[in-house]
Design a protein around this ligand. Structure first.
Ligand SMILES: [Zn+2]
Length: 693
């Protein structure tokens, strides 16, 4: 592993820091923390931590010794000074005299000794940093080190690999107990360059930022070199027969497999009929992942546990392992997948009950759904309540697969015990890293919106994203869809889609399924208006309008229903039908007639797929400023009627102008109304001729 230290970059951070009032030590602490944090081989998503012992003035102007330590769950890759809260060092060190301390009390004492009382909580591994005497302390969960230490004979192996430069600390759950044990062991080997925390990670230290960092890189390099030299065989553990079988079988695509896996890994709500707890997926299929999922001993190695304890809050302790999804045999795959997923949840519940009883029965069970799914022949999925969480689970799963593979290449992978994993998974301080989240109403759901670059489409995509859904914005104009998606932020996906072309629609829905894992809500919104007196209009115009305003909805709904049925968790089809569908305007036949057919289409979907839990509803909106009602049209129509533009736009029973956001809220209402199907919601400020009956 190469050092990332560049003198010029280090000095630039020091110079920038000086302008912001940060001293050299703190600036370099930030620099090497970022270096460590930006390499996934060392640290992933909030794991790992660093510290600096220095002096600073407190609120009363008195200079005191402080420990600046990474705050809990903060991302090292983009750390700022505020991510290294300062705690008075001497009271922390006095705690060493205690035999034990409750978590709540420890956090309380830490907080009471913060120099800035508004800082976030210091890392759960803070006490280890406080007890060690060194100015700079770095701690990572380097994958190569884990491959060496997640072994039955780790202690002996470490002596060989690290040449006695690291003292060996047996496994204890991170926290006060581990910190006390670690300092005792350090004091017996005070000349070491760092510590191995068995089954957990590595600590290096030094008098300056560079020394602690260089030692980390040197030690991780020793682990990497050892693995490279001692690999039993490149294909160790992969029985040639099995790898060949996976390679020879024609495997289904991720787009076809994901909805099946996602549906199987959803949970019916306990009390609300029709509601599901759903997860979003992230797919990975790099060479290392494929080598791992195609191992003949996948069952054994995949169920052996995590490579470092804090991964458990993101990936759970074990992944769900599926079978090879053979092409043409998806129905068999789906039924086995559901059984495997149910077995996973049952196993998780038993694990919880067994261990909760052991610790006194006061823990609250987390959902029993997998966070990593391995699919031989295809790759792996990370799962989460949001796309962001799914990506984190997938990133960790990838490093885990590499770590376990390398551990097996030089020996036998061994994790911490089930009880130890449970104690981490259900440790309140670990769970606190995830933050206190109250789920938004559409959390875990995936919504696709057509015509999403238009005014109503964009407002709808924004409303759904604000309600917690992951959104896919489909439009003829991909650039415009991209701009709308960027404005929404997060993981909003922009896709080119021509709803008049069946292959374009099916390609777009394949991409949604591959990207997010499936789809739960579709807002079929794309449309355009044509005019002409119906007795004289060119048939070509009528056909064009039917292609877009009727068949477009049909193609979108059909593609969505295929995915929804593969998931088996219901779904919601929403159609934008105009008031023309109900209350035709003169010379608007070419627009209104296919829209009336789309209204019938919605009812047919409600009728045919209610049995699958798929709801179909429509919104009947009128007079919205949009691509179909441009400022020029508003000007000419209001003039023709002798009205001001304002009176024209609010010419309805309520006398209120209707906005795209009002239509978006109507779609959102339908997405949430689990007992409503075949319904039309009118959003027009009141037009009795267009009222539904
Ligand atoms: Zn750690």
């Amino acid at each position: 592993m190469k050092s990332g230290w560049v003198d010029r970059d280090a000095e630039a951070i020091v110079a920038d820091g000086a302008k912001a009032g940060l001293d050299r030590d703190l600036a370099l602490r930030i620099y090497t923390t970022r270096l460590l944090g930006s390499d996934p081989k060392l640290v992933l998503h909030g794991g790992g931590n660093t510290s600096l012992k220095t002096r600073m003035r407190d609120r009363f102007g008195e200079e005191v010794d402080v420990l600046r330590v990474k705050s809990s769950g903060a991302d090292m890759a983009c750390i700022e000074a505020s991510g290294l809260p300062a705690v008075r060092l001497s009271p922390m060190r006095k705690l060493r005299a205690l035999d034990a301390i409750e978590d709540d009390e420890l956090v309380g004492i830490e907080r009471a000794n913060l120099i800035d009382p508004t800082s976030s909580n210091p890392s759960v591994e803070m006490m280890l940093h406080a007890f060690l005497p060194h100015k700079f302390v770095d701690h990572t969960h380097a994958t190569a080190v884990l491959s060496v230490i997640d072994q039955p004979e780790a202690k002996e192996l470490c002596r060989d690999v690290f040449g006695g430069r690291l003292a060996f600390v047996p496994y204890l759950r991170p926290g006060f107990g581990l910190a006390k044990r670690a300092i005792e062991i350090f004091e017996r080997a005070p000349n070491c360059d760092g510590l191995i925390l068995s089954k957990h990670g590595i600590v290096t230290f030094g008098d300056c930022a560079r020394e602690a960092y260089d030692r980390m890189i040197a030690m991780v390099s020793l682990a990497e070199d050892f693995i490279a030299r001692n690999r039993k065989s490149v294909t160790m553990g992969v029985a040639p027969g099995e790898a060949k079988k996976a390679a020879e079988t024609i495997v289904e695509t991720a787009a076809r497999v994901a909805p099946i896996a996602r549906g199987a890994c959803s949970q019916k709500h306990d009390t609300i009929e029709g509601a599901w707890r759903r997860l979003v997926l992230e797919f990975r299929s790099g060479d290392a992942v494929l080598n791992f999922v195609n191992r003949s001993d996948l069952q054994r190695v995949s169920q052996a546990g995590v490579i470092t304890p804090d991964h458990t809050i993101r990936t759970k302790n074990w992944p769900l392992v599926l079978t090879v999804p053979q092409s043409g045999r998806l129905a068999d795959f789906a039924s086995v997948t559901r059984q495997e997923s149910q077995a996973f949840s049952k196993h998780y519940r038993q694990y919880f009950e067994r261990n909760n009883k052991r610790v006194g029965g006061n823990k609250i069970e987390l959902d029993p759904l997998p966070r990593v799914v391995l699919v031989p022949g295809l790759g792996l999925f990370g799962l989460g309540r949001s796309k962001a969480d799914a990506i984190i689970a997938a990133d960790i799963a990838e490093e885990w697969a590499k770590g376990v593979s390398d551990a097996e290449a030089i020996g036998t992978f061994e994790s911490i015990s089930e009880a130890e994993m449970f104690d981490c998974e259900y440790w309140p301080l670990e769970q606190a890293k995830l933050g206190r989240r109250t789920d938004l109403p559409l959390a875990g759901q995936i919504a696709a919106i057509t015509g999403a670059a238009g005014v109503i489409g964009a407002a709808t995509a924004s409303a759904f994203a604000a309600a917690g859904a992951e959104v896919a914005l489909l439009d003829l104009d991909r650039t415009a869809a991209r701009e709308r998606a960027n404005a929404i932020g997060g993981y909003a996906l922009a896709l080119a889609c021509d709803v008049t072309d069946a292959s374009s629609v099916s390609a777009a829905f394949d991409k949604i399924a591959e990207h997010f894992g499936g789809v739960d809500i579709v807002v079929s919104n794309a449309g355009a208006a044509w005019q002409g007196r119906i007795g004289e209009v060119d048939e070509e115009i009528l056909q064009k309008s039917f292609e877009l305003n009727f068949y477009g909805h049909q193609r979108v709904a059909q593609a969505a229903v295929k995915i929804m049925r593969a998931q088996g968790t219901g779904g919601c089809l929403l159609f934008n039908i105009s008031k023309q569908a109900v209350n035709p305007g003169s010379s608007f036949g070419p627009y209104g007639i296919p829209k009336a057919a789309a209204l019938a289409l919605m009812r047919q979907y409600a009728l045919d797929y209610g049995v699958d839990g798929i709801r179909a509803n429509a919104v009947n909106a009128d007079r919205i400023r949009s691509g179909l009602l441009t400022p020029d049209m508003i000007a000419s129509r209001s003039k023709a009627r002798g009205l001001s533009e304002k009176d024209y736009m609010s010419g309805n029973l309520l006398g209120r102008e209707v906005a795209a956001e009002d239509v978006a809220q109507a779609f959102l209402h339908h997405a949430l109304a689990l007992k409503t199907t075949a319904d039309v919601t009118t959003v027009d400020g009141g037009n009795i001729a267009a009222a539904m009956r």
